[in-house]
Write a protein that binds this ligand. Structure first.
Ligand code: F6P
Length: 304
């Protein structure tokens, strides 16, 4: 594989993206091809360690983190590399940091053994630190490892999708992806018995409006489904025993919120847009309601 990725690079060039940001995005996209290969190698082995969120790590989680940290670390204009698999950020000590990167190297990796789709989520912030609200993002994308490996990207000029072809090139599949005001599917996370009353009522309302249930347990494929089916809602709510929910603001929610907003959707914790939530800590969590405007605004009504 010589990783020309002509279409991906041309797309970024045509968007007028800064050459350093282009190099960074392309470098991570190339790294994701190796990760895709590793996933195919029946990697079900546990690493015997736990990550910052006390989740069991697969060897594959650690390997993906290593591939990505090495890739990002080679660029001399990156401030911090922050990974969901690490307790602390990796400060790269470059003299003129332009961008900092958040990565969830292999989100949903507990689904590897059952052969469901998983993903890598990337957020690229301006400046020397990642501890910034989501409006500071220069670009965000995810790579979805499914029957097809796809890369869905935004830098604030709309959303596009690239597909990894059999020759190992990311080729443009769709641009200007948008979702409708109202969708037909819902994807509800969290144990039902731990849901709050307002969340329970909201979900019942969706069911009464004939929304179809679509929940795989993988954030990337579940949100991707809403994007590709052009509407609907994914939620991971505040729980009675976990008021901040489960999902991580920097590694998971900010990048996906940026993409969905760019596609004409919304993402909120119920009170404030995900991209506006002040950041206090690296592994901060937040509830999330993300998808079409009708459904997200409907939940806000229940919270009142
Ligand atoms: O954060 C990891 C993750 O696996 C997400 O990909 C997914 O949306 C969520 O957790 C699933 O959580 P649960 O197992 O509680 O449904």
């Amino acid at each position: 594989m010589d990783h020309k990725d002509v279409q991906l690079r041309k797309y970024l060039y045509d968007e007028g993206i800064d050459p350093d940001l282009r190099r960074l995005i392309h470098a991570i996209s190339v790294a994701s091809k190796y990760i895709s290969g590793k996933i195919n190698e029946a990697n079900r082995k546990l690493a015997g360690t736990r990550n910052a969120s006390n989740e069991e790590q697969l060897e594959l989680d650690k390997l993906s983190d290593l591939i990505l940290s090495d890739t990002v670390g080679e660029l001399d204009y990156i401030g911090e590399y922050a990974s969901e698999e690490r307790d602390e950020t990796l400060v790269l000590n470059n003299p003129h940091p332009k961008y900092s990167v958040t990565i969830d190297p292999l989100d949903g990796s507990s689904l590897v053994d059952v052969n469901l789709s998983i993903g890598t989520i990337v957020g690229i912030h301006y400046g020397k630190t990642v501890l910034k609200h989501g409006r500071n993002l220069a670009a965000a994308f995810y790579i979805l490892y499914g029957p097809l490996t796809t890369l869905v990207y935004t830098s604030g000029q709309g959303v596009c999708e690239f597909v990894l072809n059999p020759e190992g090139e990311f080729v443009l599949a769709q641009k200007n992806i948008t979702i409708k005001e109202k969708g037909k599917i819902y994807s509800p996370g969290g144990l039902k018995k731990s849901w709050t009353d307002e969340h329970k009522e909201f979900i019942e309302r969706l069911e009464n409006e004939d929304y179809k249930l679509r929940y795989s347990g993988g954030l990337v494929p579940d949100v991707n489904q809403i994007l590709m089916k052009k509407g609907g809602i994914f939620s991971y709510p505040a729980l009675k025993d976990a008021p901040e929910g489960k999902l991580r603001l920097l590694f998971e929610l900010q990048p996906l919120a940026f993409i969905l907003e760019q596609a004409g959707g919304m993402a909120t914790n119920g009170r404030i847009d995900i991209l506006d939530i002040p950041v206090n800590s690296l592994h901060q969590r937040s509830p999330i309601y993300i998808g079409s405007k009708y459904e997200v605004n409907l939940f806000k009504e229940y919270l009142k």
